[in-house]
Design a protein around this ligand. Structure first.
Ligand code: ADP
Ligand code: MG
Ligand code: MG
Length: 258
């Protein structure tokens, strides 16, 4: 079983330090939630792990089974077993969900494959796709839709979860910043996350500043990021505490971090 290890990670944007020493260890099959008020650096962490060029790692490290992520290009991170939901294009005109997934799966399964080279066999792919759709309760017609074209919030999430189920990554980082998600979308992500963690042993980091999604996902580990550092680590009781009391007590307890 693999481990994603973030150690004393410092990240700067435009020379300004945003993350000031983040420590976080995630093992396969574990579900972690990273919470924190707006501006605490949650998205900065996900962009840095994704390898976004504007996010400079100025100290510490993030390793996947001992391999430093900073040494890997975005596609190499995916091949190493890291899934980052938003590294994928939001809309590709004329590309069906099935076609997109067949390319994504081929890239990860055949690490030496070059663009334009053979994809995984259609029969094998179709069988797997059908099984995943069955398991997630996705309508078979969905695979023929054009990716993200006219998708509702719930359908975009469905495509993402289907991708998770097909790619079977060792780790998935999901930045659920969109507080505009309707209840249907929240339910789809949550069920998908719970399933991939349980069935395929994916280690999941759900990043969110609002509690609602965590009433469905039920993380085993909860971390509060504040002022660029993880200031509290706990279990689901932290979610309840934030639900009841908000973040004021965090600000009061860690005034130096604000
Ligand atoms: P969160 O996701 O927790 O709301 P972010 O990671 O988006 O927090 O932002 C953390 C801090 O970094 C904030 O103070 C924000 O203003 C700053 N920041 C985020 N993105 C940029 C950027 N592109 N350029 C400069 N500062 C940024
Ligand atoms: Mg924000
Ligand atoms: Mg954010």
């Amino acid at each position: 079983s693999k481990v994603l290890e973030i150690k004393n990670l410092h990240v700067a944007i435009d020379g300004k330090e945003i993350l000031k020493g983040v420590d976080l260890t995630i093992r396969q099959g574990e579900v972690h939630a990273l919470m924190g008020p707006n501006g605490s650096g949650k998205s900065t962490l996900s962009y840095a792990l994704m390898g976004h060029p504007n996010y400079e790692i100025t100290g510490g490290s993030a390793t996947l089974d001992g391999v430093d992520l900073a040494d890997l290009e975005a596609d190499e991170r995916a091949k190493a077993g890291l899934f980052l939901a938003f590294q994928y294009p939001t809309s590709i005109p004329g590309v069906s969900v099935a076609n997109f997934l067949r390319h994504a799966v081929s890239n990860v399964r055949k690490p030496d494959r070059k663009e334009g080279e053979e994809l995984i066999p259609m029969r094998e792919f179709r069988k797997e796709l059908r099984a995943s759709m069955d398991e997630l309760g996705v309508d078979p017609d969905f695979a023929r839709r054009y990716l993200n074209e006219g998708f509702s919030g719930g359908e975009k999430k469905r495509a993402e979860v289907l991708q998770l189920a097909m790619l079977k990554p060792a780790f998935a980082i999901l930045d659920e910043t969109d507080s505009g998600l309707d209840i249907d979308a929240v339910r789809i992500v949550s069920e998908g996350v719970n399933r991939v963690a349980e069935r395929q042993g994916t280690g999941v980091l759900v990043i969110t500043h609002y509690q609602r999604i965590l009433t469905y996902i039920k993380p085993q580990f909860v971390h509060i990021l504040f002022g660029g550092r993880i200031v509290e680590n706990g279990g689901p009781e932290l979610v309840d505490l934030l639900e009841r009391e908000g973040y004021d007590w965090v600000r009061a307890k860690y005034p130096e971090a604000a």
